[in-house]
Design a protein around this ligand. Sequence first.
Ligand code: BTN
Length: 261
Amino acid sequence: MTNPNKKPPYRTHNFLGYKIHHYDHIVSTNEIAKETAKKTKDERIVILADTQTEGKGRLGRLWLSPKGGIWLSIILRPKLSPKEALKLTLIASLAIAKTLTSMFELKAEIKWPNDILVDGKKICGILTEASTRDYNVEFAVVGIGINANIDLATFPSNLQDIVTTLKHELGSEVKLKALLKTFLQSFERNYTRLQKGWWRPLLQEWKDMASFLGEQVEVSSSSEVLVGKALDVDDDGALILRLEDGVLKKIVVGDVTVRRL
Ligand code: BTN
């Protein structure tokens, strides 16, 4: 039997209708968010951790999550089909890019589907996982990792040329609480608009911050590497690539590398 007097292993805060469960350290905020989502019908719950011991990246990669970063996952119950779950990644990346631009005057760019870049280097990644029921999203977990107050030197040397941190870009530490609040405000605006069906203007805003559109790119998935021009992102958030032989290809999963000559 569960003890009703037992204190939960996290502190709680409320902000803008979001309930924040703040842990010191956990395995992965996405994993705890999925467990939490199965025990409640609520949404807008944020699982936040100071450190993660096994942060998850896309395509089974490990995500380094030392103290100083923002590691969080948002539990949502959107009215979306499974195919549309990618829209959550897009509205989250838009909110991050806008937050970094407005708070720190950084030129943040979005790289499809889930990377936020500053100075061409990755400063934030997003991992959205959805549980589906009867052809609908039952709940989704949008996991976000922001390299904030972290020394670049703490990353392995093979990553130091491709990732960056806010501390490195700004030369000083940022206020994590203010960053979290500004992001949640921006995310909430986007999520409400998405729920109201205002997807097109959101997508347009996203495209305006997307650095790779119109560029020659390489897209790698687990099965192939495709080369072509990143023409557009369609209504479902899928990448439209024009291959070198002129054929158009719609891509739902993959990693984009811009091939600047
Ligand atoms: C990527 O590969 O770019 C996605 C990285 C996502 C990392 C975040 S950190 C918070 C949340 N919890 C996880 O285990 N992963 C995501």
